[in-house]
Design a binder for this molecule. Structure first.
Ligand code: PFF
Length: 477
């Protein structure tokens, strides 16, 4: 059974988890959110959340994968049996699989845009272009379902190829080439930004802390981002954890993943804002920061086309190493549960996510308005799918924290963590109280956006709370 597979090296889990964590979230989402939310104060909250909530939940999720040694769904089923807890906790696995599927569907479309820009940069099509031309070019891409579908197809097919080749020949080998290359490219882009841009302005923007710059909304976005960037609550980390060596330290590995992920986001932010300030452009551009503002900065710089091309290759590589981690949990489940071959399982997952991705493609053009999604939810299909994942992600994280902190037999957990009692107690306090409180806070933020869903959402929260309590009572009885 594939669940008994283990990575070739003790350190491969770290490589794989970093590959999953570092992605569009670091290079595309983090810089624009920071830009929109006033810089330093946003980063402070983000870093605090990573530390107090992200790392403990990362440890918990990896642990669930490693102790069960199976895909998230089968693994959760196994744990509910061996720890004699309610079967309902199995929903963590199902929720993760559903979220991975939904995220993959739109992640691939956005990564496809990076493919388009790699091409434009390397062919020199944007050299010397002005703001109006570049922004019209982005609009033209969004207006073309055919072109977007082509890029989406290429991206998802390539990711599928890697996962289809198995965890050793495909994922491990792929990551071993991709990840070091990404770090080299990131440093090249940073050096280029320092030489050709305004790194002082970028540093003072990113690292000057002024709490007045931060709205409550910004606070909540910082917390949400720290979940997305660490790939938490979606089964990806659990699936990779199932292949983790029993000798590797959960705590040290989780800290290393969070550290590298944060460092990449900071370096990317520094490089991107150096270029943006150097070219005298706006920081608060929103999602267009990477696809409009940055190409504009490259258009006017020495060797801009080449470095721009290299930059978008970085974006693509980071996106691929994340998208493979979204395919793995579902593919591994299909292999375990239905005895499929890996290529069959990957094909089913990817074809379904590809088809779902078409909804995101048309949300930017032919279905930009007037669809059933607008009528029912007041937003496009893409925005609706994104909203769903924004709900599932903290919900998954919350349930993982509660399950690991309250429902599991704590003596077993302590054995698995393999640390001293002080750190065990600190970790347990964080997953029992701090994590759930913080996550509920992020989670409740989405409620006003969901209007009619207030009651079911609160109901779900309540059910989770009752479960936690009942498990606890049972354990102490
Ligand atoms: N962490 C990835 C990023 O920052 O781009 C996104 C992601 C990948 C989220 C895998 C969730 C996941 F399971």
């Amino acid at each position: 059974m594939s669940g008994h597979n283990v990575w070739t090296h003790k350190g491969t889990f770290l490589l794989a988890a970093v590959g999953s964590a570092v992605g569009l979230g670091n290079l595309w989402r983090f810089p624009y959110l920071t830009g929109e939310n006033g810089g330093g104060a946003f980063i402070l909250i983000y870093a605090l959340t990573i530390f107090a909530v992200g790392i403990p939940i990362l440890i918990a999720e990896t642990m669930l994968g490693r102790t069960s040694r199976q895909s998230p769904i089968m693994g959760m089923r196994h744990l509910t049996k061996t720890h004699k807890t309610s079967r309902a906790w199995e929903s963590i696995g199902w929720l993760g699989a559903a979220s991975a599927f939904l995220i993959l569907s739109f992640y691939s479309v956005i990564a496809g845009w990076a493919l388009h820009y790699t091409w434009l940069m390397l062919t020199g099509s944007l050299v010397g272009a002005d703001a109006a031309t570049i922004s019209a070019g982005f609009d033209a891409l969004l207006a073309s379902p055919g072109l977007m579908t082509l890029y989406h197809t290429l991206f998802i097919a390539f990711s599928a190829l890697i996962v289809g080749m198995g965890i050793h020949k495909g994922i491990e080998s792929g990551l071993r080439i991709m990840m070091p290359a990404l770090f080299v490219i990131l440093i090249v882009v940073l050096i280029y930004g320092v030489i050709n841009g305004d790194v002082r302005a970028a540093a003072s923007f990113l690292f000057t802390f002024n709490i007045a710059d931060l709205s409550l909304e910004g606070w909540l976005q910082a917390m949400g981002q720290s979940f997305f960037t660490l790939s938490l609550g979606m089964g990806a980390i659990m699936a990779y954890g199932a292949y983790m060596s029993s000798e590797a330290s959960l705590t040290r590995t989780a800290i290393a993943v969070a550290f590298v992920d944060t460092a990449v986001a900071m370096v990317a932010g520094l490089a991107i804002f150096s270029l943006v300030f150097g070219a005298g452009l706006e920081t608060g551009q929103g999602p267009g920061l990477m696809f409009v503002t940055l190409p504009l900065a490259f258009a006017d710089m020495p060797f801009g086309a080449l470095v721009g091309g290299v930059f978008f290759i970085l974006v693509l590589g980071a996106a691929i190493s994340s998208s493979i981690s979204l395919i793995e949990p579902v593919a591994a489940f299909l292999v375990e549960r239905f005895d499929m071959t890996r290529p069959q399982a990957v094909t089913i997952m990817v074809v379904a996510a590809w088809a779902m991705g078409l909804l995101t493609v048309v949300s930017f053009n032919i279905w930009a308005e007037g669809t059933i999604f607008h009528a029912l939810f007041g937003r496009s299909a893409f925005e609706f799918i994104e909203l769903l994942t924004n709900i599932f992600m903290p919900l998954g994280g919350l349930m993982i924290a509660l399950f690991a902190g309250w429902a599991l037999t704590q003596s077993e957990v302590m054995k698995e963590l393999g640390t001293n009692i002080t750190w065990f107690k600190t970790w347990r306090f964080l997953v029992r109280f701090v994590g759930p409180a913080a996550v509920s806070f992020v989670f409740l933020r989405t409620i006003p956006q969901v209007e009619g869903y207030v009651v079911p959402t609160l109901g779900a929260l309540l059910i989770v709370g009752v479960f936690a309590l009942s498990q606890r009572l049972r354990k102490s009885a």
